[in-house]
Design a binder for this molecule. Structure first.
Ligand SMILES: Nc1nc(SCCc2ccccc2)c2[nH]cnc2n1
Length: 157
C-alpha cells in the first residue's frame, strides 16, 4: 500500500500595492531572521483562506478584504517526516495600518528589488510566477540546514 506522508496545512499571504510588496522580518519561531509573507498553521475551525486572513491581521495589523490564491508549495525537510503544505495568497484589497508585532517587523519592498538573500532559498524560484499572476505548484526538498535545496519540481498551473 502507498503510505502517504503526513501533511500539515500552512498559509502564506503577500499584500501587494502597485509596485510594492509587504514582507515581514520574522522575529522568532520557524523561519526567524528571514523576510517572508505573513502566515502560519491553519486552525481546525477555519478555512485555509480564513487562516491566511487571520495570520495577516495578527502579524501585520492589515485586514484583507479580498484574497487571491496564487500558489501551492510542498516543503520536505531531511529527517522531518511531516510535509509542509503551504497555500500561497496575494491580497490587493486591505484596510488598517501596518504595525510591528511580536512575530513580525513589516517592511515594504519594491517588487523588482526583493531581499532574496534574506528570504527562503526557494522564493526566487516561484516569485516570477507570482509577479506575472501565473498560478504555480512547487515541491522543494531541503537538507536539515533548511537552506540547501537538494531537489525541486515547479510548474505554472
Ligand atoms: N516563503 C517560504 N515560506 C516558508 S514557510 C511559510 C509558511 C509558514 C510556516 C510556519 C510559520 C509561518 C509561515 C518556507 N518553508 C520552506 N521554504 C519556504 N519559503
Amino acid at each position: 500500500e502507498h503510505q502517504r506522508l503526513p501533511h500539515r496545512l500552512y498559509t502564506l499571504i503577500f499584500p501587494l500595492d502597485k509596485t510594492r510588496v509587504l514582507l515581514g522580518m520574522k522575529k522568532r519561531g520557524f523561519g526567524s531572521n528571514k523576510f517572508n509573507g505573513f502566515g502560519g498553521k491553519v486552525e481546525p475551525n477555519e478555512s485555509i483562506e480564513q487562516g491566511a486572513i487571520r495570520e495577516l491581521r495578527e502579524e501585520s495589523g492589515l485586514c484583507a478584504q479580498s484574497v487571491d490564491k496564487c500558489g501551492l508549495l510542498f516543503f520536505y525537510f531531511e529527517d522531518d517526516p511531516v510535509v509542509m503544505e503551504v497555500h500561497v495568497f496575494v491580497t490587493r484589497e486591505y484596510v488598517g495600518d501596518v504595525q510591528e508585532t511580536e512575530e513580525m517587523r513589516p517592511q515594504w519592498f519594491d517588487i523588482h528589488d526583493m531581499p532574496f538573500k534574506q528570504m527562503w532559498a526557494d522564493d526566487p524560484r516561484w516569485w516570477p510566477y507570482l509577479l506575472k499572476g501565473q498560478n504555480f505548484a512547487g515541491q522543494f526538498w531541503f537538507k536539515a540546514d533548511q537552506v540547501t535545496i537538494t531537489h525541486e519540481k515547479l510548474r505554472a498551473l
